[in-house]
Design a protein around this ligand. Structure first.
Ligand SMILES: *[C@@H]1O[C@H](CO)[C@@H](O)[C@H](O)[C@H]1NC(C)=O
Ligand SMILES: *[C@@H]1O[C@H](CO)[C@@H](O)[C@H](O)[C@H]1NC(C)=O
Ligand SMILES: *[C@@H]1O[C@H](CO)[C@@H](O)[C@H](O)[C@H]1NC(C)=O
Ligand SMILES: *[C@@H]1O[C@H](CO)[C@@H](O)[C@H](O)[C@H]1NC(C)=O
Ligand SMILES: *[C@@H]1O[C@H](CO)[C@@H](O)[C@H](O)[C@H]1NC(C)=O
Ligand SMILES: *[C@@H]1O[C@H](CO)[C@@H](O)[C@H](O)[C@H]1NC(C)=O
Ligand SMILES: *[C@@H]1O[C@H](CO)[C@@H](O)[C@H](O)[C@H]1NC(C)=O
Ligand SMILES: *[C@@H]1O[C@H](CO)[C@@H](O)[C@H](O)[C@H]1NC(C)=O
Ligand SMILES: [Cu+2]
Length: 635
């Protein structure tokens, strides 16, 4: 495999102009938003079983952070849990602020038990719904919450009718298991752990036998318009969301406005967010909201996955106070009480007709139908020039367990399953200095990282389902390697990536998330990507702009992004099992020519992390001995 080689293309003027046009920050009237997140373990009882879970401030989901575009956010994390923690601000672009990105061993050391760490970041040039979550394996299943960004000029400046009220909808999973152990099992390729239920805003709904009476429930006034802020915080599944007899008008995705798109079903993969308007225009009554996880059909492994319900109920009570709480606390719209029988007239709630759980085309259509909204605050145009192109296959392979150099594969216990990009699987660096710090202090530590190949080493019929089951057909493609791989970009490089989901031992879709940058989604398709005909389909006019792109099952997706935010950024699949199996890489973006395009030094209090300054110094010296650090952990 190749070592680092510097990209040849220098940033062209166009890229810099693009950058300047995207960073206009209105400093006036920006507020400081401050939170303290106390992470601790709490017993919760669901499904007739008490389970100890990690939570922030005793809440599940955790507290919503509500800001106005341009605000500065400070979050003091107090780790009173027994686990190492970091918090990632998912989708926040963190311009010149990679230090606050919250990825253990990549941007910071984890926050040790009984230690504190303060995150500081600005939310600029983004409006809509994002979220935050622990970036520590499976712990994010319960350590997460919404991050809501409202326009600086008030609700009147939404590019859609001002909603009467907002409704946050966090879809998640309930695990009646120790998630730290589940995470350790996953990283050792043991997959016998599955979630026990799905949740909406932490509640299981009434499809489950125990503690099933508590469900997310909202009262709506007939004729009013509501803004749903939907987040998929689950580890495992994409979900279909429907509300009986109602339609959604999607207005934003990943905190970018979209051309209004009306549909009766929302498809949302882990890591994605969708903002949608809902008009209460059905006859008075009670209507089920259903979130149904989808999965690839046989011969893919079928895992237990559960639907969950919430409820929308019309109130005919036009008492004056009812509409007053517009846009203040988004939680206020939600009813917290136990679900009693009998609606306004004891009517039976109406349930929506859901897609089949094996229907993946509905998701493909949903995602393909979205385009970005061209409006007065339109941030940026898709760059026409491409400096570097990648074709990246996503799949599963195997490595030999230590002690079995010529291991048997195809499910034999001498080998371990890993997830790959271009036939390499990511290994978290076993270092004492996070990569970002090593990069900032030019320790040359990065020299020992392996290069993420720009194209797959072997071309085959990537989407032939005959590769899914173990057997002679997949056998010769299965061997792979595990390394810490990265790709370095000169500041301003326009990068084009075509992701190809393959049929190697699975047929999953892949929600690929890039930290620190939004991506333009140019096109997507089913089957194998074919440049000869697919480039012509690129949308260079109003492509969707996303931080998490869903690469369809046995299909592909083409995107572009501008590597204009200096730092060390994680890029990975947001299915937790794919991530812990190694479907990840690191993108290193170099400094630009000016102070305003260079990564500033780490904040003064960075990191506390349970290490005193002397120790940090020592780590720094260690990191300068380049062979010591970032060694390649080939298994
Ligand atoms: C959780 O419950 C177990 C068993 O009931 C108990 O031993 C433990 O102290 C509880 N932990 C917390 C944090 O409440
Ligand atoms: C927490 O992080 C520290 C320092 O990186 C490490 O030594 C320790 O093993 C970690 N603990 C757990 C439970 O992962
Ligand atoms: C962490 O923060 C809490 C709450 O602000 C404080 O009581 C505690 O002393 C801090 N701990 C450390 C190790 O700084
Ligand atoms: C993890 O793997 C071990 C060994 O296979 C198994 O006993 C355990 O049930 C798994 N799950 C958890 C949550 O520990
Ligand atoms: C609820 O209990 C019934 C009867 O014991 C059982 O048949 C059913 O599978 C259970 N449902 C769930 C979701 O666990
Ligand atoms: C949009 O969705 C409809 C089905 O709802 C589908 O027929 C159409 O092909 C989709 N458009 C694109 C561009 O995928
Ligand atoms: C790839 O495999 C699929 C599914 O078996 C098949 O339909 C298609 O014709 C194959 N393509 C090529 C180029 O062989
Ligand atoms: C991955 O590389 C290994 C080693 O070169 C090779 O045996 C295997 O066929 C490759 N698999 C794929 C999918 O390219
Ligand atoms: Cu994946």
């Amino acid at each position: 495999m190749k070592r680092w080689s510097l990209p040849v293309a220098a940033p062209a003027v166009g890229a810099i102009v693009f950058l300047l046009s995207t960073t206009a920050i209105r400093l006036a009237a920006a507020a400081a938003v401050e939170h303290t997140f106390v992470v601790s373990k709490m017993n919760m009882t669901h499904l007739c079983k008490e389970t100890l879970v990690s939570v922030v401030n005793g809440q599940l989901p955790g507290p919503a952070i509500e800001v106005t575009e341009g605000d500065s956010v400070t979050v003091h994390v107090v780790n009173k849990s027994p686990d190492n923690i970091t918090i990632h601000w998912h989708g926040v672009r963190q311009r010149l602020n990679c230090w606050a990105d919250g990825v253990p061993m990549i941007t910071q050391l984890p926050i040790l038990p009984n230690h504190n760490f303060t995150y500081r970041f600005d939310v600029a040039g983004q409006e809509g719904t994002l979220w935050w979550h622990a970036h520590v394996s499976c712990l994010r299943a319960t350590l997460h919450g919404a991050l809501i960004i409202r326009p600086r000029d008030g609700a009147g400046s939404y590019p859609f009718p001002k909603p009467h009220r907002e409704i946050p909808i966090v879809i998640g999973e309930w695990w009646a298991k120790d998630l730290a152990k589940v995470g350790r099992n996953m990283s050792h390729s043991w997959f016998d752990d599955y979630s026990s239920a799905s949740t909406i805003n932490g509640k299981l709904g009434d499809l489950f036998n125990c503690s099933g009476t508590l469900k997310a429930k909202w009262k709506m006034e007939p004729g009013k318009t509501y803004l749903l802020r939907v987040i998929n915080a689950a580890l495992f599944s994409e979900y279909y969301l429907k509300i009986a007899r109602h339609k959604f008008t999607v207005v934003a995705a990943d905190a970018n406005y979209v051309t209004p798109y009306t549909t009766d079903v929302i498809a949302i993969a882990p890591g994605e967010t969708v903002d949608a308007l809902l008009v209460a225009d059905a006859p008075p009554g009670r209507y089920y909201m259903v979130a149904l996880p989808n999965q690839a059909p046989l011969p893919d492994t079928q895992t237990p996955e559960y639907s969950t319900t919430g409820m929308v109920q019309y109130c005919n009570d036009h008492s004056p106070g009812n509409g007053a709480a517009v846009l203040s606390s988004s939680r206020s719209a939600e009813e917290e009480e136990e679900d009693g029988e009998g609606g306004p007239s004891g009517d039976v709630p109406v349930a929506p007709e859901m897609p089949d759980k094996h229907d993946t085309i509905t998701s493909f259509y949903f995602h393909s139908n979205l385009t970005s909204l061209r409006h007065r605050r339109r941030r940026s145009q898709v760059p026409a020039r491409v400096d570097e192109s990648f074709f990246i296959t996503l799949g599963v392979g195997s490595i030999c367990r230590p002690g079995y150099p010529a291991c048997k594969r195809s499910g034999n216990s001498e080998s371990l399953l890993v997830a790959t990009m271009n036939n390499v699987s990511f290994q978290l660096p076993a270092v004492t200095t996070p990569l970002l710090k090593a990069h900032y202090y030019h320790t040359n530590a990065e020299d020992t990282l392996q290069v993420l190949p720009a194209k797959p080493p072997r071309v085959f019929n990537f989407t032939d389902r005959a590769f899914i089951p173990y057997g002679p057909k997949e056998g010769h493609l299965e061997p792979t390697s595990k390394v810490t791989m990265a790709r370095r970009f000169r500041h301003g490089t326009v990068v084009e990536v075509v992701f190809q989901s393959t049929a190697l031992l699975q047929g999953d879709s892949n929600p690929m998330h890039l930290h620190g940058h939004d991506m333009f989604v140019l096109a997507q398709g089913l089957g194998n990507y074919d440049a000869a005909k697919d480039v012509a389909r690129y949308n260079l006019v109003n492509p969707l702009v996303k931080n998490t792109v869903l690469v369809p099952n046995l299909g592909w997706l083409a995107l572009r992004f501008v590597a204009d935010n200096p730092g060390v950024w994680f890029m990975h699949c947001h299915y937790e099992f794919h991530l812990s199996m190694g479907m990840a890489a690191v993108f290193v973006v170099e400094d630009g020519p000016t102070l305003d395009t260079s990564l500033p030094p780490p904040p003064v209090d960075f990191p506390t992390c349970g290490h005193d300054n002397n120790q940090l110094q020592n780590e720094f010296y260690l990191a300068t001995e380049k062979t010591e650090v970032l060694g390649i952990n080939e298994v």
